[in-house]
Design a protein. Structure first.
Length: 139
C-alpha cells in the first residue's frame, strides 16, 4: 500500500466563502499514482469545513443563509467564546454543522463521486491563508 500527502492553500477574500476544490483534489490523486484507495480531504483549521454536495449557486446561497440563521456572526457578544477577544464563535459552530472532513473513494485513479457531487472547502472565518490536507492511501 502507498500513501501520498499534499496541502492545498487558500486565501479567501471574505469571511465566508465556498470553493469547489474537486479539480485540485483530482490533481493530487493524479500525482499520487494511486488507482484504488481512499482520499481524505481535511481542513486544517477549526473554523472551516470540507463537504460534498452539488455545485449549484442557489444551493450554495441556501447553505450560507441557513448557517447564518443558525449561527449568526453578529452580535458577537452573544457567544461566550468571543469573551476571549475572538469574534469567530459563529465560525466554529458553522464548521460543526457542515462537518469536518470528507473521505472519498478512488477508483481507477479517479474520484468516485456521484453524478452531481463536488468537493467544497467551506471557509467561515476567512481573509487569511488557510490550508487543506489531502491524504491518499491505496494501491
Amino acid at each position: 500500500m502507498k500513501s501520498h500527502k499534499e496541502e492545498l492553500w487558500f486565501n479567501t477574500k471574505t469571511r465566508r466563502e465556498y470553493i469547489n476544490i474537486t479539480p485540485e483534489v483530482q490533481k493530487v490523486i493524479d500525482k499520487s499514482g494511486i488507482q484504488e484507495g481512499l482520499c481524505l480531504v481535511n481542513p486544517m483549521h477549526i473554523t472551516a469545513s470540507v463537504f460534498v454536495n452539488d455545485d449549484e449557486q442557489g444551493l450554495i446561497h441556501d447553505f450560507d443563509k441557513l448557517l447564518e440563521t443558525l449561527a449568526p456572526h453578529a452580535p458577537v457578544e452573544q457567544y461566550r467564546h468571543n469573551d476571549t477577544g475572538e469574534d469567530n464563535a459563529d465560525a466554529h459552530l458553522k464548521r460543526q454543522l457542515m462537518g469536518r472532513e470528507s473521505l472519498l473513494a478512488v477508483t481507477r485513479g479517479k474520484l468516485d463521486l456521484g453524478p452531481w457531487e463536488q468537493i467544497f472547502y467551506g471557509e467561515f472565518d476567512g481573509r487569511r491563508k488557510k490550508r487543506v490536507l489531502v491524504k491518499i492511501i491505496g494501491e
